[in-house]
Design a protein around this ligand. Structure first.
Ligand code: F6P
Length: 543
């Protein structure tokens, strides 16, 4: 990192002594100037570790690393995914039908809405009962078979939008090649009323194709004896893929296949046809709201000045924490049980995107890239790992996410349980920021100095608070787009290609090579290293 801004940030970090109590006291406008409203998202960055000239220099860093040009290149459909020579256009998936965007000689908005129309028509048929299985039964369970980006987005959103699901229509998800995933997911299902969606960008992923075959066998084996097996796959399987030629080979009617394009990365695809299971669950109208939510944040990212641009500010903050203040990880703590898969979703989005050791020109990076994203919904996390965030020796920036309205309301007499829940969110961010001094602990009556030390909180633990009126489809789209663009900003500053994922290839190849050794192929076993040979021998001795 050779920019002057990087060098200046290094200097600033050396003498940096966070003091949120003092910063709040000396600047009555701190909250107002650090709080931003983007569509329905209310983002308070006042409890972050920004002070003095840090933000200005971070914005200079954005300028010096060409963030704006790179952002504009993405929106314009330039091939910014250099190692795969592809455009990066997930933002086109949520452009309104009236827009147009020509990429490589093709109006992609037209293509997007053509597929969306087909997905919506299919979902309507399933939801209304017009689509029936081979025995004439309506569909009651939709099983999405996919992994990575072809699973995490749909399952996260299905869980998040539980309040919007159609009654009597359930979605389940199979991702892991561990056969227990398929076995436990299929348990208790009636094949006559079950529909499978095979979701795979490449339609060649080992896990997904294996699970698709497992499910096909299960279906054919368990349908009633008089069911027409020749028609069964056509009536019970649909596909989502960019490789539509491979879909027909599997036996799926190409009329029941929904395409997308190589300019949609797997981890950026939940708003493409990969979201078909979600469309079935919540309906086309709600899905359209989700897309509009994505688009609102895209527009903000594209047009807002950098100093007011929330994804830019949050991305730069993460760079500050990671590269200058020594943070290794980043917690995401939704105060919504329905967002329990959101941290897992963000893990793929952020870590597959920014876990890179070379720059986009092939040179080695000279600074740390990527953050280890992790988290659990509050308040469960409070009773598990928050101790380390509050009093441990590591810096762990944390994003808190909370909603004014609950998605479901249950009453405990006169007690508003949602208020009890939110009180925890407010209390935690406050405790992390402002801590508790030794004097305050003593003033509470603690006299033993050993206990005083143990009960003291340093504070100055940075958080971002993201609130919204309610967890609606639109708000979910806004949240996901926010994190997509935060990830983009960090990747741009680090000078890496956030859109390839070569790091997952080696393991896939080695798994293929090692498979024969597990069933006794001596040559394949001999080709392994000593440790792997020993582990395989243990496996064979115990199976
Ligand atoms: O993990 C690697 C990866 O290529 C992800 O990027 C992708 O989301 C996942 O595998 C699934 O790929 P596909 O949709 O092609 O089955």
């Amino acid at each position: 990192m050779t920019t002057s801004a990087w060098a200046r940030l290094n200097d600033l970090a050396e003498d940096f002594e966070p003091d949120l109590r003092a910063w709040f006291a000396e600047d009555p406008d701190r909250v107002a100037s650090s709080t931003h409203d983007v569509a329905d998202l209310h983002v308070d960055l006042s409890k972050s570790l920004l002070h003095g000239e840090v933000l200005d220099v971070l914005l200079e860093l954005a300028e010096q690393t060409g963030l704006v040009a790179r952002r504009d290149a993405m929106f314009a459909g330039e091939h910014i995914n250099v190692t795969e020579d592809r455009a990066v256009l997930h933002t086109a998936l949520r452009l309104p039908e009236t827009a147009s965007l020509n990429v490589d000689g093709q109006d992609v908005v037209h293509d997007v809405h053509e597929v969306l129309g087909r997905v919506y028509a299919f979902a309507d048929q399933v939801r209304s009962g017009e689509w029936t299985g081979v025995t004439g039964e309506r569909i009651r369970t939709v099983v999405n078979i996919g992994i990575g980006g072809s699973d995490l987005g749909p399952v996260m959103a299905y869980e998040a939008l539980a309040a919007y699901r159609q009654e009597g229509l359930e979605c389940r998800f199979i991702s892991n090649i561990d056969p227990t995933d398929a076995a436990t997911t299929l348990a208790g299902l009636d094949p006559a009323s079950t529909l499978f969606i095979v979701s795979s960008k490449t339609f060649g992923t080992l896990e997904t194709m294996t699970n698709a075959r497992l499910c096909r066998s299960w279906l054919l084996e368990h349908l009633p004896d008089d069911a027409d097996r020749d028609q069964a796959v056509a009536k019970h399987f649909v596909a989502v893929s960019t490789a539509l030629d491979k879909v027909a080979d599997f036996g799926i009617d190409p009329a029941n296949a929904f395409g997308f394009w190589d300019w949609v990365g797997g981890r950026y695809s939940m708003d493409s046809a990969i979201g078909t299971s979600l469309v079935v669950a919540i309906g086309p109208e709600r899905f359209a709201e989700l897309l509009a939510g994505f688009h609102a944040v895209d527009e903000h990212f594209r047009r807002a000045p950098l100093e007011l641009n929330v994804p830019v500010l949050m991305g730069l903050l993460n760079v500050w924490y990671t590269n200058f203040l020594g943070a290794q990880t980043h917690a995401v703590l939704p105060y919504s049980q329905l967002l329990h898969r959101f941290p897992a979703y963000l893990q793929q989005l952020t870590m597959e995107s920014n876990g890179k050791g070379v720059r986009w020109d092939g040179a080695e990076v000279t600074a740390d890239t990527g953050e280890v994203f992790w988290g659990e919904p509050g308040t469960n996390g409070q009773h598990a790992f928050y101790q380390l965030i509050h009093q441990g020796t590591r810096l762990i920036p944390a994003d808190f996410i909370a909603f004014a309205e609950p998605s479901f309301e249950l009453k405990d007499g006169d007690t508003d349980v949602h208020e009890l829940f939110l009180a925890n969110f407010f209390a935690q961010t406050r405790a992390l920021a402002f801590g508790k001094t030794a004097e305050e602990v003593r003033a509470d009556g603690t006299t033993d100095e050993v206990v005083v030390a143990a009960r003291t909180f340093t504070g100055n633990r940075p958080t971002a608070s993201i609130m919204a009126p309610a967890l609606t489809p639109s708000v979910l789209g806004q949240l996901v787009a926010l994190y997509e663009h935060i990830t983009f900003v960090e990747g741009a500053v680090w000078g890496i290609d956030s859109f390839d994922q070569w790091g997952v290839e080696l393991g896939k190849k080695l798994a293929q090579e090692v498979t024969p050794a597990l069933s006794g192929d001596a040559e394949a076993l001999a080709a392994q290293d000593a440790s792997t040979q020993s582990l395989i021998s243990y496996y064979r001795a115990h199976r």
